[in-house]
Write a protein that binds this ligand. Structure first.
Ligand code: GDD
Ligand code: MN
Length: 362
């Protein structure tokens, strides 16, 4: 029987959950021709080896082992693209998602829906058990932002549990962002057609084994994605972060000027020069942790070399900034316009050259 439904299971350190997952899915999907693709980012706990071991016993299972890469969204995308079934579903490996609603979701697709979302926020759904109060609040806030940014009108756009016609992903795959958790929001925003979306409620359970990979970086990814969509996809997420870090640099700069002037017997010019170096240094390290976290420079010597390159890039950027501002000011003697144009020129320069030389992909 040809496979009708591919379950895509992204994993990172989920070896404690895999066997139970397969057992429960098997029980829930009796009578349906399904397969499962586990997409593992080379988990140190050996999830992929275990998945392949189970696959030798049960050919409905396959494992895609990705190396030197991390990212929930990217794992989901590659899993869905590895399917040839008409319908694909994404579900977490930790059993927080209730596999027993899968048949009802599939029924809705068969009846004409394009996308069915497992929702914690419709009748029959709840998120209490699986979330701490703090995490539940973050989730609610994210849902509001996403709904506004995407003008999408369904209740659990943050869900990591959904089923859709594979063709929808095939069509928009090149536009999807591979980092972060918000794959569903991204698909809805990037779909090439109007989607008929339905929801099925379920109770978000507690994780069986292991721990959550949700962290501050995941939150940042989400923020970047929403800003990118709000700009119609025209501004790259990385540049948005780069610019925000630049803004933080202004704060660092001003604080350093005030602080050094208050504490040390130095002139303004010296304080200003110290602040330039301090701000560039802080920008470098924040960019290394956040903006370029996927290409992060590690180790003392690599970071030192990166920092020196960053000084050079920013130095030339400052010259470009002043050059453009002065040139514009001669054409239109308008202070804020010229100054802003200079800042924009400098930021784009810094961003482009940092991406090329400081955090170049090796
Ligand atoms: N391949 C891969 N790569 N898988 C990953 C990665 C990664 O970098 N990060 C996480 N995963 C897998 C986990 O192993 C798990 O199967 C699933 O993705 C969800 O990760 P969790 O760490 O359990 O996420 P959560 O429970 O905190 O978040 C849940 O709720 C969010 C909505 O509020 C998930 O369902 C998210 O998908 C959802 O967006
Ligand atoms: Mn989870």
């Amino acid at each position: 029987m040809a496979v009708e439904l591919t379950l895509v299971i992204p994993t990172f350190n989920e070896s404690g959950n895999l066997r139970e997952l397969v057992r429960r899915v098997d029980a829930a999907l009796s009578g349906i021709a399904w397969e499962m693709i586990v997409v593992d980012d080379d988990s140190p706990d050996g999830t992929s080896a275990l998945a392949k071991k189970i696959a030798r016993e049960d050919p409905r299972l396959r494992c895609l082992r990705r190396v030197n890469r991390r990212g929930l969204a990217g794992a989901c995308i590659e899993g869905m693209l590895a399917s040839s079934a008409p319908v694909v579903a994404v579900m977490d490996a930790d059993l927080q998602h209730d596999e027993r609603i899968l048949p009802e979701m599939l029924e809705k697709i068969r009846a004409g829906a394009d996308l069915v979302v497992g929702s914690r926020h419709v009748a029959g759904g709840s998120a209490e058990a699986g979330f701490s109060p703090r995490r539940a609040a973050i989730s609610r806030l994210a849902i509001r932002i996403a709904k506004d940014a995407l003008r999408a009108d369904f209740s659990d756009i943050m869900s990591g549990f959904f089923m859709l016609r594979r063709q929808i992903v095939e069509d928009c795959a090149p536009d999807l962002a591979p980092t972060g958790f918000k794959i569903l929001a991204d698909i809805v925003a990037s779909a090439k057609q109007d989607l008929k979306i339905e929801e099925v409620g379920y109770t978000f359970r507690e994780r069986l084994a292991g721990e959550s990979k949700f962290d501050i970086k995941v939150g940042l990814d989400f923020l970047g994605l929403m800003l990118n969509k709000a700009s119609g996809g025209r501004i790259p997420v990385r540049f948005i972060f780069f610019a925000l870090v630049g803004l933080s640099g202004v704060v660092v700069h001003l604080s350093t000027v005030y602080l050094t002037l208050a504490l040390l017997p130095i002139t303004f010019t010296v304080a200003q020069s110290i602040a330039v170096v301090v701000a560039m240094t802080s920008n470098f390290f924040i960019n290394n942790t956040i903006t370029y976290r996927d290409a992060k420079l590690k180790g003392f010597w690599r970071q030192l070399r990166g920092l020196l390159y960053f000084y050079v890039v920013c130095g030339i950027g400052a010259v470009a900034n002043v050059g453009v501002a002065a040139w514009l000011y001669r054409l239109y003697p308008e202070v804020s316009l010229s100054a802003l144009a200079g800042v924009l020129m400098g930021s784009v320069w810094n961003y482009a050259l940092s991406s090329l030389f400081v955090w170049r992909e090796e």
